[in-house]
Design a protein around this ligand. Structure first.
Ligand code: FES
Length: 127
């Protein structure tokens, strides 16, 4: 079988899909390989991710990886969330086909982008 049960589960019942209207930070990245787009919304309180949502114009693997990744970083501190790699997400999904691994990179990059944007906005506030 190409896809694990976990991939199917997260694809069919995605966790944390949608948007956060009053997000503290947003990160958006595109995938050069397939042209798909991923957007991550974060609510942050005291350096902790209290809520996270994702939207994607992406394939099923991107949806499953985003769903899993958002579950993994929710409740984590920003520095811990930055340590969650796409490799860890793929492992948590019991694997992805090789030609679909790049789909999981998209969500890792979008989370990093959102955190970077948050840090930048905090710096601007402090100035
Ligand atoms: Fe584009 Fe999977 S093929 S994210």
């Amino acid at each position: 079988m190409l896809y694990s049960e976990k991939v199917f589960d997260h694809f069919r019942f995605p966790r944390n899909m949608g948007e956060i209207a009053d997000a503290d930070a947003i990160g958006e990245v595109g995938n050069a390989k397939c042209g798909d787009i991923m957007r991550i919304y974060l609510k942050i309180d005291n350096e902790v991710i209290t809520d996270i949502k994702f939207q994607t114009f992406g394939c099923g693997s991107a949806i499953a990886a985003s769903s899993m990744a958002t579950e993994m970083v929710k409740g984590k501190r920003l520095d811990e969330a930055l340590q969650v790699t796409n490799k860890a997400v793929v492992e948590a999904l019991d694997g992805l086909p090789k030609n679909k691994v790049h789909c999981s990179v998209l969500v890792e990059e979008a989370i990093k982008e959102a955190i970077n944007n948050y840090r930048k906005s905090q710096e601007n506030k402090a100035e």
